[in-house]
Design a protein around this ligand. Structure first.
Ligand code: HEM
Length: 106
Protein backbone atom coordinates (compact mmCIF):
# COMPACT_ATOMS: atom_id res chain seq x y z
CA UNK A 1 0.00 0.00 0.00
CA UNK A 2 1.29 3.45 -0.94
CA UNK A 3 2.25 5.73 1.92
CA UNK A 4 0.97 9.22 2.67
CA UNK A 5 3.72 11.78 2.15
CA UNK A 6 2.00 14.43 4.29
CA UNK A 7 1.80 12.02 7.24
CA UNK A 8 5.39 11.02 6.50
CA UNK A 9 6.58 14.57 7.06
CA UNK A 10 5.57 14.23 10.72
CA UNK A 11 7.24 10.82 10.99
CA UNK A 12 10.44 12.29 9.57
CA UNK A 13 10.78 14.43 12.72
CA UNK A 14 12.22 11.24 14.25
CA UNK A 15 15.03 11.46 11.70
CA UNK A 16 15.89 15.16 11.59
CA UNK A 17 18.40 15.06 14.45
CA UNK A 18 20.63 13.14 12.03
CA UNK A 19 19.30 13.68 8.48
CA UNK A 20 18.49 16.51 6.11
CA UNK A 21 16.31 15.73 3.13
CA UNK A 22 15.70 19.04 1.38
CA UNK A 23 19.34 19.55 0.47
CA UNK A 24 22.61 17.63 0.17
CA UNK A 25 24.06 18.76 3.53
CA UNK A 26 25.06 15.88 5.76
CA UNK A 27 24.55 15.86 9.54
CA UNK A 28 25.43 12.91 11.78
CA UNK A 29 23.79 10.88 9.02
CA UNK A 30 23.92 11.39 5.26
CA UNK A 31 21.52 13.68 3.43
CA UNK A 32 18.52 11.64 2.30
CA UNK A 33 17.83 13.83 -0.71
CA UNK A 34 17.43 11.44 -3.64
CA UNK A 35 17.91 8.34 -1.46
CA UNK A 36 14.96 6.40 -2.96
CA UNK A 37 16.35 4.56 -5.98
CA UNK A 38 19.97 5.22 -4.99
CA UNK A 39 22.56 2.62 -4.10
CA UNK A 40 23.11 2.41 -0.29
CA UNK A 41 26.24 4.11 0.99
CA UNK A 42 27.10 6.39 -1.91
CA UNK A 43 26.06 9.97 -0.96
CA UNK A 44 29.01 12.13 -1.96
CA UNK A 45 31.09 13.46 0.92
CA UNK A 46 29.64 11.22 3.65
CA UNK A 47 31.80 8.66 5.48
CA UNK A 48 29.70 5.52 5.83
CA UNK A 49 30.47 2.46 7.90
CA UNK A 50 32.07 -0.41 6.02
CA UNK A 51 28.92 -2.33 6.96
CA UNK A 52 26.79 0.06 4.89
CA UNK A 53 29.06 0.19 1.83
CA UNK A 54 29.40 -3.61 1.83
CA UNK A 55 25.62 -3.96 2.17
CA UNK A 56 25.05 -1.51 -0.67
CA UNK A 57 27.43 -3.14 -3.12
CA UNK A 58 24.67 -5.05 -4.93
CA UNK A 59 21.51 -3.19 -3.86
CA UNK A 60 19.34 -0.13 -4.35
CA UNK A 61 17.12 1.61 -1.83
CA UNK A 62 13.77 0.59 -3.30
CA UNK A 63 10.59 0.52 -1.20
CA UNK A 64 11.14 -3.03 0.08
CA UNK A 65 14.78 -2.51 1.01
CA UNK A 66 14.00 0.78 2.79
CA UNK A 67 11.04 -0.74 4.64
CA UNK A 68 13.18 -3.61 5.94
CA UNK A 69 16.00 -1.27 7.00
CA UNK A 70 13.75 1.26 8.72
CA UNK A 71 11.97 -1.48 10.64
CA UNK A 72 15.23 -2.89 12.02
CA UNK A 73 18.31 -0.91 10.95
CA UNK A 74 20.90 -2.86 12.91
CA UNK A 75 19.33 -6.19 12.05
CA UNK A 76 19.34 -5.56 8.31
CA UNK A 77 22.73 -3.79 8.06
CA UNK A 78 24.78 -5.52 10.74
CA UNK A 79 27.35 -3.03 12.01
CA UNK A 80 25.60 0.11 10.74
CA UNK A 81 26.47 3.32 12.56
CA UNK A 82 22.85 4.47 12.40
CA UNK A 83 21.96 4.53 16.11
CA UNK A 84 18.21 4.30 15.68
CA UNK A 85 15.98 1.53 16.99
CA UNK A 86 13.68 1.59 13.97
CA UNK A 87 10.02 2.29 13.23
CA UNK A 88 7.63 -0.38 14.45
CA UNK A 89 4.44 0.81 12.71
CA UNK A 90 4.24 -0.33 9.05
CA UNK A 91 2.10 2.72 8.23
CA UNK A 92 4.78 5.07 9.57
CA UNK A 93 7.35 3.24 7.45
CA UNK A 94 5.25 3.51 4.28
CA UNK A 95 4.48 7.16 5.02
CA UNK A 96 8.08 8.20 5.62
CA UNK A 97 9.17 6.44 2.40
CA UNK A 98 6.44 8.35 0.51
CA UNK A 99 7.79 11.56 2.07
CA UNK A 100 11.39 10.72 1.05
CA UNK A 101 10.17 10.22 -2.54
CA UNK A 102 9.11 13.88 -2.67
CA UNK A 103 12.82 14.83 -2.47
CA UNK A 104 14.39 13.36 -5.62
CA UNK A 105 18.00 13.96 -6.53
CA UNK A 106 18.37 17.46 -8.02
C1 HEM B 1 21.88 6.05 7.19
C2 HEM B 1 17.08 6.72 6.97
C3 HEM B 1 17.06 8.06 11.63
C4 HEM B 1 21.90 8.21 11.55
C5 HEM B 1 20.57 6.06 6.74
C6 HEM B 1 20.12 5.60 5.45
C7 HEM B 1 18.79 5.79 5.39
C8 HEM B 1 18.37 6.36 6.64
C9 HEM B 1 17.86 5.48 4.23
C10 HEM B 1 21.03 5.09 4.33
C11 HEM B 1 21.46 6.31 3.52
C12 HEM B 1 22.35 6.03 2.33
O1 HEM B 1 22.57 4.87 1.98
O2 HEM B 1 22.81 7.03 1.74
C13 HEM B 1 16.66 7.18 8.21
C14 HEM B 1 15.28 7.48 8.55
C15 HEM B 1 15.26 7.79 9.88
C16 HEM B 1 16.64 7.75 10.34
C17 HEM B 1 14.12 7.48 7.55
C18 HEM B 1 14.07 8.09 10.76
C19 HEM B 1 12.96 7.30 10.67
C20 HEM B 1 18.37 8.25 12.01
C21 HEM B 1 18.79 8.77 13.30
C22 HEM B 1 20.16 8.80 13.27
C23 HEM B 1 20.60 8.31 11.98
C24 HEM B 1 17.86 9.22 14.41
C25 HEM B 1 21.14 9.26 14.35
C26 HEM B 1 20.93 8.92 15.65
C27 HEM B 1 22.33 7.61 10.38
C28 HEM B 1 23.72 7.32 10.07
C29 HEM B 1 23.70 6.68 8.82
C30 HEM B 1 22.32 6.59 8.39
C31 HEM B 1 24.95 7.65 10.91
C32 HEM B 1 24.90 6.08 8.08
C33 HEM B 1 25.00 4.63 8.57
C34 HEM B 1 26.25 3.87 8.19
O3 HEM B 1 27.14 4.39 7.51
O4 HEM B 1 26.31 2.71 8.62
N1 HEM B 1 19.48 6.51 7.45
N2 HEM B 1 17.44 7.37 9.31
N3 HEM B 1 19.48 7.99 11.24
N4 HEM B 1 21.52 7.16 9.36
FE1 HEM B 1 19.49 7.22 9.35
Amino acid sequence: QEGDAAAGEAVFKKCTACHNVADAKHKVGPSLQGVVGRQPGVAEGFRYSKAMTDFGADKVWDDAQLAAYLENPRGVVKGTRMAFAGLKDPKEIADVIAYLKTFPAP
